[in-house]
Write a protein of this length. Sequence first.
Length: 225
Amino acid sequence: MKRYKPPQQAPREDLSDIVATHLHTPWQRPIAAHSRVAFDAIRYRVEASSQPLIIDSCCGTGDSTRNLANAFPSSLVLGVDKSAHRLARHRRGEQGDYVMLRSDVNDFWRLAVDAGWQPARHYLLYPNPYPKASQIRKRWYASPAFPVLLKLGGLLTVRTNWGLYAEEFVCALNTAGFKGATKRLEIDRPITGFETKYLERGNALFAVFSDLDSNPDEEYGGTEF
């Protein structure tokens, strides 16, 4: 019988060390050939656009991508998810300029950085929190992908229903030399399926904001959507 391991109750004391290790260790994971093909298929569409780019990473069924496109009609919104099954459930909106891409963001982020893409905004909405303390290296801010996420830049927004995840994300940003702000959200109109479910359950929702294009020595004032 497997021994039950409760969710992590407090920030990991070694989080800064984990983040620092990733910041100073080149990521050796090869980029998959199919990821390059997918990226090349969308590259001209993005680079030919004069609109500000917004990336919605791990967009799932794309509800958030559609809603972001409606909220920022002058921008090009790119939703990225690795699951063909989730993307196939997307309900196309009539307004907003957006495109959907099937790709693993671990590869996509590196390809976007190598291509010199500079998104105006980047969203990570309700990522899997991997709540056990032993799973910390699976969380975005404690994974080898974190330095690449930082290099992409833009106004980063993370939403989660786990306050500890938000707290640790800010700690990871601080370790990397960036300012971050966290706040509890009051939402009238949810923009993702998870957000709808959590609100119906009465869960508290939290957001992390960070301007990854700012001077690391400047205080970050926060952004709303």
